[in-house]
Structure formats: C-alpha cells, structure tokens
Design a protein around this ligand. Structure first.
Ligand code: SF4
Length: 458
C-alpha cells in the first residue's frame, strides 16, 4: 500500500476544492494507474486528503492478484466505508465487481483496471469538480507517488501470455504497447523534472511492441533531431539510455532477443540489471505453468549473459508447490539456484487463485506442509547464494543513488538494487548527502541483504 500523502501529491489547502482520499494497493503497475488518476484529478482541481475522515470521497485502487491481496483490498474498502462512507473502487478487483459488491454493497461505483475515464466519471458524479485554471496547475511530468528521483515507466498494458497460475490477462486483457515515441517523451519529461532513475515496467517487457508489429514512431531526441524509433524492446532500451538517467528493466522473459539488450548493459547504456521472473526451473513444471520461453535453455543463457556482462545483477521470483510439483522437480529447482547464482530472489508458495487454469490441470495439489518445507529449503539455499554474491562486492567501488538521509549515515541503492524489492547500501560520508544524489561508495562490509561503505567520490 502506498502512502499517497507524499509532498508531490499534496498541495496547500485552498477554498472549497473537493477533497479525495486515495488508497493505492498492489504492484508498481497499479501504482502507475494511481498516478494517472491522481494527475487527472489534480488537473481538475481536486485536492488530496491524508485521511478518509473529512474527505469528500475515497478511491481505493485494488489488487486482485492473489487471494491474500484480494482480502487486503476488501479490508481497505471496509475501512474507507466505515471512516468516510463514500467509496469508489477501481483496479484489478474491479474486473469482477460482484466480488466487491457481495461484501460491500454500499460502494458508490466499481470500475476495472485502466478504466481511467470511468473512475473520473464516477468521481464527477459523486463530487463535481470545481475547476480553477489559474491555480490548478499540474507539473508537466504529472503527479508522482514515488520520490522525486525515481519513477516507474509503464510501457504496455495487459499480457498475451496465458500462464496457468495467473489471472492478469483475464483482468487486464491482451498486450497493448504504447508507441515508442510516447514512452520516450514521457521519459524525457520525467528526466527534465529531476528523475535520475527510470524503472521500466509492464507485464512482459520483452514482448513490448509485438502487438504493434514493432511499428516505428517519431521522436525528437535531445539534440532536437526527429527520428523514427521502432516499438521494440532493444530499440526502446537503447533510446532510453541516451536520456542521462539510470534505466532499469523489470519483468523480462528469457527470450533469445534479450541477448542483444545484455550488450547495451555491457556498454553501460542501461543498468546491468534484469528482473526476470523465472517462476521455476523444471521444464515439466514450466510446461504446466505455460510460461513464455519455457523451452529456452535458461541456465546456459544465464551463464552466457554473465560472460558477456560480468556486472550483471539478476533478480527473479519463483513459485514452490505448484500443482503436481514432485520432489524430483523441486530438486531441479534447487540445483538451478545453486548453479545460476542469482543475486536477488523472491519465492511464493503456490496459491490456488480463483479462476486460474492451474487449478483445473487435474494435477495433485501439494499439501500445505510440503509447500512450507520446500519454501524454507528454497530460502535457505538462496540466502547462502545471495550472501555469497554480496560478499564479493566488499572492497569494490559502487555508484549509489541516495534515497534517504540521516544524521550520520545515508541509505541508498547501487545499480544492483531496485527500490522496494532489493537490498540497500548504508553510506557514511564526510559531508551531508542529498536525496537523489549519485555518489561513489567504497564497500567495506556486507550482511545477509545489504552493503555498508563510505562515500569516496561526489
Ligand atoms: S506473463 Fe504470465 S504471469 Fe505474467 S502477467 Fe502474463 S500471464 Fe500473468
């Protein structure tokens, strides 16, 4: 859940402008949707409120990915109804409104994911806007919910894969890519507004542009030259790398064409970082999961990437206890972890999300206690691998972007750390550091997740 009361999102109280309290739940993609809704509301003169009480309306942007996320969303709606009474619901859970109305019949409106116009129409109906064009100015980069120095850049909506554990395509539809020119213009506006790090997100970043057949679009680059850029993963990555910000790639699948992008990482055009959700390593489980690129020889590919770009950081997520997962298949996963030596890894125990085709595969469900045991074993193995990889950094110099400053030590992230999901670097410095500043840090110590060091270059 995101605290919407960030300084960027709030403005001083003024007159009788209607006040909206906003709750944003779920993944970075949902966060970008929240930013779009809030940007539109602010441009129409709505104020944001820190609290439900005293606001004219509450909007809850829900997440419906797992049953636990749905429960959290329903609880947030319940709180908003209790504290305020006027509630509009949007986001992933909105794709199945009856799930919400059955529990909370009192909500004013329910709209689905990416239905920005419908959310705004519902808000207008509940609390009409009082637009004042002289004071309701919105910065050209829109309202960001992330700190000023980094921003998520959403390059497409939906997903054309059909992984059997996932209901996202049902909720969000097939892949719809944004033309490259649009994405680059947004990225440029963000960089001009002070963003130092762009986090590229989508459901399947390597599939970017397939739906548009990689159509070229116009972009005027920083030298003022108009050029055509294809709507394609490699082309977009290369152009984003010219903007002067760190560019970090999330949700990439191991298709062969990802190899070209590793070249851009080795050349320093984009960050040597890949967030690549493998989900499993056993070919038979991957087949049952219907994962994209499940036939690729993933371990060989990972080793080749490392050879081409030795600084590459690999982050991934996995699921243990997928229906029918045998001991032998789980062992394949453990061997993969040992050999691939991924830097950062998250692991989920399989949850039979309602509507996911995996529940209908006819495979035997893995008992909860087995899932738990496998999860623990997985985490033990990976913690050893991650700690080993972190330790190798002791003695090196790393560039670190500062996220938070304290009286004696600042907290930042190296090129190997994405915000929220990876570790951090604790930085001692001779002079006060500023949030968003990038400094060179000599790494002196590593613990299980984080690094510690001293700033040696400013
Ligand atoms: S790639 Fe698979 S897991 Fe990811 S959103 Fe698409 S269907 Fe879901």
């Amino acid at each position: 859940m995101v605290d919407i009361a960030s300084p960027d999102a709030l403005s001083p109280a003024r007159g009788e402008a209607p006040r909206i309290s906003f709750v944003s739940l779920g993944c970075p993609k949902a966060l970008v949707d929240s930013e779009r809704i809030i940007t539109s509301l602010r441009s129409e003169g709505y104020e944001l409120s820190r609290h439900h009480q005293g606001a004219d309306l509450v909007i809850v942007n829900t997440c419906g990915f797992l049953d636990s996320a749905k429960a959290e969303s329903l609880a947030a709606i319940g709180d908003a109804l209790k504290e305020n009474g006027k509630v509009i619901v949007t986001g992933c859970m909105g794709a199945e409104p009856e799930q919400i109305r059955d529990v909370h019949p009192g909500v004013l409106a329910v709209t689905g994911p990416q239905q920005y116009e419908s959310v705004l129409a519902a808000v207008h109906q509940a609390v009409p806007p009082q637009h004042d064009p002289f004071v309701d100015l919105v910065p050209p980069q829109g309202i960001k919910l992330t700190p000023r120095h980094y921003a998520y850049l959403k390059i497409s909506e939906g997903c054309s894969n059909r992984c059997t554990f996932c209901i996202i395509p049902k909720l969000r539809g097939d892949l719809v890519s944004r033309p490259a020119g649009d994405v680059l213009r947004e990225a440029e506006r963000l960089v001009n507004a002070g963003v130092k790090e762009l986090l590229v997100i989508s459901q399947d970043t390597s599939a970017y542009g397939i739906d548009l057949r990689y159509a070229p679009s116009q972009w005027k680059d920083r030298q003022g030259e108009t050029r055509e850029v294809r709507t394609r993963f490699f082309d977009l990555a290369r152009e984003l790398g010219t903007l002067g910000a760190w560019v970090r790639m999330h949700y990439v699948y191991p298709y062969p064409h990802v190899d070209e992008v590793i070249g851009l990482m080795a050349e320093g055009v984009i960050l040597p970082y890949l967030d690549i959700p493998f989900q499993h390593a056993s070919p038979t489980v991957l087949k049952r999961m219907k994962r994209p690129a499940s036939n690729e020889k993933t371990l060989a590919r990972v080793l080749a990437w490392r050879a081409a770009c030795p600084d590459l950081t690999l982050r991934s997520t996995f699921i243990v206890g997928f229906p029918g997962e045998t001991d032998a298949e789980f062992e394949e996963l453990i061997s993969f972890l040992e050999e691939a030596e991924l830097d950062r890894v998250g692991c989920f125990k399989y949850e039979p999300v309602a509507g996911a085709p995996a529940n209908e595969l006819g495979a035997q469900m893995v008992p909860d206690e087995v899932k738990e045991e496998r999860w623990k074993r997985f985490m033990e193995v990976q913690q050893r691998v991650s700690a080993r990889r972190l330790k190798r950094k002791v003695g090196s110099r790393q560039q670190v972007i500062i996220d938070k400053v304290g009286p004696t030590v600042a907290v930042g992230r190296s090129k190997a750390d994405a915000p929220e999901i990876d570790g951090v670097v604790h930085v001692a410095a001779r002079r006060p550091l500023r949030v968003g500043e990038i400094v060179t840090v000599k790494i002196e110590r590593a613990d299980a997740y984080d690094l510690h060091g001293t700033a040696v270059g400013y």
